[in-house]
Design a protein around this ligand. Structure first.
Ligand SMILES: [Zn+2]
Length: 533
């Protein structure tokens, strides 16, 4: 077998061969240049092993062999892989081979840089803090941690750090049997298995999380909730926890609050220019309600924050009532509800109205009282943004009527309804031209849609092997103009059967928008089918 020195000798004869015309540095006893080349070689070998393990190019059954070869001859394997991949791509995309080769080599260099950046980030360790910002050491005093406790705390911190690194929105810790627990992460709306732990270790992890979240450790059956924070370098993240007892033990659901929400803009969401324009125009009006609808995890709160960011908060008094507060917004009074302390949406809204706000944000409309107060405020000179848990614009109106809100109040208060879904975006590094069936191609031709830009998910390290990174919104907007107001007031077309039609119509709108994103290569047909059906 080749060893790395002889490979260097083959590739760089001047480094390994006779030192007749070599630079002076090479004749030093520790040969710095040779050492540097060796380090670079080893680095490239390790990078290549990762590429082989997580890339798609090497079939599963040859992976072990390819890894062994990569360990000693990484750069050669890497170069061959790049050439093979380029040849494959140039066949399917008909771009000139050398342009693609340049692009592929650039990707490989970017991958190497990302690996080094990840290594540097590891230096910034993550620390868990309670809701008042104290670390575990400060809560329990120094020197408390025996070796076992320190190991559990390290494990807990690594679970949280892993979730943040992988952009998870939830961490679910579930007992799967008497002896094992599973830890799953929700990434871009899809649950993925992160790791399995034995019951004893995981219960200790659960206890350390409950301790930092200010929950009662001895209570394992009654549902509890709590909150904690994590600090990594100069960044902090907030978490909300709900616990409940299940058959095999205690289950924790940890929600990672959206740190980026405060900087989201309407353009970031992925709405069309036309929709963006309509929303901006409605936000400039002094009164009326904008209702944001969608099922759980459809990005309603993010859209609400993006709308708030489009409002000039220096000249308008903005007050939000949320459960929980996702992110801090400058120049905004944010109030978090707490039903246990009888701080509910309804009574908080009533007190907020006495503070002369221009814009009120209602985290979620859940009951008749909140709906009524919010709609009355919308009618009396306040711009109200609110979210509602429902499927479509038609079902939003039906849902509010079901809650007991009068048709007249609805028709007078509503300005705009928007229902939305989130589609995962294809990973730009590993997406590949979609293999469409003949029927699909014929169908696209019939609809006169150019399907040459349709891609499907690949698999790479950048996207954690999922093929997707980040999400984009598709939405269906209903402007509540005079005609719609009249229809609502007359109680038309929002009955039980009409609501079914409305839902179907809403889905058609969403699918049309989603298809535009598929054709543009932003997302895949499978993803559109998964989300809209
Ligand atoms: Zn990828």
């Amino acid at each position: 077998m080749l060893d790395s020195f002889s490979v260097i000798g083959v590739l760089f004869p001047e480094a390994g061969g006779e030192a007749v015309s070599m630079p002076a540095a090479l004749s030093l006893p520790f040969a710095p240049l040779r050492l540097l080349l060796l380090v670079a070689w080893v680095y490239l070998c390790l990078y290549c092993v990762l590429q082989v393990q997580f890339g798609l190019l090497v079939p599963e059954k040859y992976k072990t062999l390819a890894n062994i070869v990569s360990l000693v001859a990484g750069p050669i394997v890497l170069l061959s892989l790049v050439i093979v991949e380029t040849a494959r791509k140039s066949r399917s995309s008909r771009s000139p081979f050398f342009d693609l080769l340049k692009q592929q080599l650039r990707h490989a260099v970017a991958g190497l840089r990302a690996m080094r950046a990840a290594g540097e980030q590891d230096d910034a360790a993550l620390h868990l803090l309670d809701s008042s910002g104290r670390t575990m050491d400060e809560i329990y005093g120094h020197g408390q941690g025996k070796r076992e406790e320190a190991r559990i705390l390290d494990l807990t911190e690594s679970i949280v750090a892993d979730a943040l690194e992988r952009r998870a929105s939830d961490i679910l810790i579930d007992p799967t049997s008497e002896s094992t627990y599973s830890i799953r992460l929700r990434i871009d709306g899809v649950l993925r298995n992160a790791q399995e732990l034995d019951a004893q270790t995981c219960q200790a992890v659960v206890n350390s999380i409950k301790a930092v979240a200010g929950m009662d450790i001895s209570e394992r059956r009654r549902p509890q909730d709590g909150a904690f924070m994590a600090r990594q370098g100069d960044r902090t993240a907030s978490f909300r926890i709900a616990s409940s007892g299940t058959l095999h033990g205690e289950k924790l659901s940890i929600r990672v609050l959206n740190r980026n929400a405060a900087t989201q803009t309407l353009t970031d969401l992925g709405l069309t220019d036309k929709q963006n324009g309509i929303i901006q125009q409605t936000l400039r009006r002094p009164s009326g309600m904008i209702l944001i609808c969608g099922p759980t995890g459809s990005g309603k709160t993010t859209t609400m924050y993006a709308m708030l960011n489009a409002i000039d908060r220096l000249t308008r008094n903005v007050i939000t009532v949320e459960d929980p507060i996702e992110a801090m917004l400058p120049q905004t009074s944010q109030i978090e509800i707490n039903p246990k302390a009888e701080i509910t949406f309804a009574n908080t809204l009533r007190s907020v109205l006495r503070q002369d706000p221009n814009v009120i944000c209602v985290g979620e409309i859940r009951d008749e009282e909140t709906a009524e107060i919010a709609l009355r405020a919308a009618q009396t000179g306040h711009l109200v943004l609110a979210t509602l848990h429902c499927d479509s614009n038609a079902s939003a109106i039906a849902r509010l009527m079901d809650l007991g809100v009068s048709r007249l109040l609805l028709s007078l208060g509503l300005n705009l309804i928007l229902s939305q879904r989130l589609l995962r975006c294809l990973c730009p590094r590993c997406r590949r031209p979609a293999a469409l069936s003949d029927t699909q191609i014929a169908e696209f031709k019939r609809k006169r849609i150019d399907c040459s830009g349709i891609y499907e998910a690949g698999r790479c390290r950048h996207c954690d092997g999922t093929g997707y990174v980040g999400r984009t919104a598709i939405s269906d907007i209903l402007i509540v103009d005079e005609e719609v107001k009249a229809r609502i007031a007359a109680g038309e077309s929002f009955g039980a059967t009409a609501q079914g039609d409305g839902n179907r119509e809403g889905r058609i709108h969403l699918r049309k928008q989603g298809l535009k994103k598929v054709v543009a290569g932003v997302t895949s047909l499978e993803e559109l089918k998964r989300v809209v059906g």
